[in-house]
Design a protein around this ligand. Structure first.
Ligand code: PTJ
Length: 243
């Protein structure tokens, strides 16, 4: 029996939650595969927040607090694992919350919006338009939300949309356990940490942020260095895995 405070217990609970939400139509079937990829990288990272991820989380808070029009983009996996944490971050940062799906159906849009609302998030509503330069349904978004945003937080993003948002001149903050993914490399800032650890850490950092610290974190930010540090942490762990 794994004790409830063990990281592995958290990951088993998350896996069950994902499966339950897939059965309820909230998580896309593809989202289960995406979660498995994330789990593998989390295992390699020691299922814990590294020092460089902690710095990335503080920088993410600085960018959100500094933004004129921050938006948190939510998909099925994020809503299933962290609806309450999204609501907390919205309160701490003042960001808008918009649902944006890769595998978009009206039923999933409604179910995810209802889940977020039940957790206390104020979800942006409106007529979605094909406003991002993408061929699939992730192009559909709200003029007053993602299109108007200067900073967009995209947990568990696909590479195409991340690149499109960066090309539109937006500051894109990704949360992605895979430091080698196209999203991780294209984003302005990548938090290489598990979603349910990363969101509360960003929220806590928002509450503690002041202008001076925010300016210093943003000025010192170097995404390539953060990704290299995540790879170094994985290499270090593998080097001693059998000790
Ligand atoms: O709900 P939808 O229709 O919008 O679909 C969402 C998915 C996740 C299916 C879609 O965005 C997708 O296919 O994403 P990708 O391209 O598989 O990317 C997901 C990334 O998130 C991968 O690099 C995973 O390693 C990473 N990831 C998965 N679970 C977590 C994670 N990162 C942080 N925390 C997690 N819990």
């Amino acid at each position: 029996m794994i004790p409830a405070d063990h990281p592995r217990y958290r990951s088993l609970v998350a896996r069950e939650r994902l499966a339950e939400c897939a059965r309820a139509g909230i998580v896309a079937l593809e989202g289960l595969g995406a979660h498995g990829r994330g789990e593998a990288f989390d295992y390699l990272l020691g299922e814990a927040t590294t020092a460089s991820a902690r710095r990335a989380e503080e920088t993410a808070a600085a960018m959100l607090m500094h933004a004129a029009h921050p938006v948190i983009s939510v998909n099925g996996n994020t809503a299933a694992l962290a609806a309450g944490a999204v609501a907390d971050l919205q309160r701490a940062s003042g960001a808008l919350v918009e649902v944006n799906l890769f595998h978009r159906t009206e039923e999933r849009m409604e179910a995810i919006t209802a889940l977020l609302a039940a957790a206390g998030a104020a979800v942006l509503h409106g007529e979605a338009e094909r406003l991002l330069p993408l061929s699939h349904d992730r192009a559909l978004c709200l003029r007053e939300g993602i299109v108007a945003a200067d900073v967009v937080l995209v947990p568990l993003e696909d590479g195409d949309r991340c690149e499109a948002l960066v090309a539109m001149g937006k500051t894109v903050i990704a949360i992605d356990l895979n430091p080698l993914s196209r999203t991780a490399r294209a984003a302005t800032l990548t938090v290489v940490d598990e979603l349910t650890r990363a969101l509360p850490a960003i929220t806590a950092a928002c509450a503690a942020m002041d202008d001076g610290r925010a300016g210093a974190l943003i000025a010192a930010h170097d995404n390539r260095r953060l990704l290299q540090e995540a790879l170094d942490a994985i290499q270090e762990r593998i080097a001693h895995a059998l000790d």
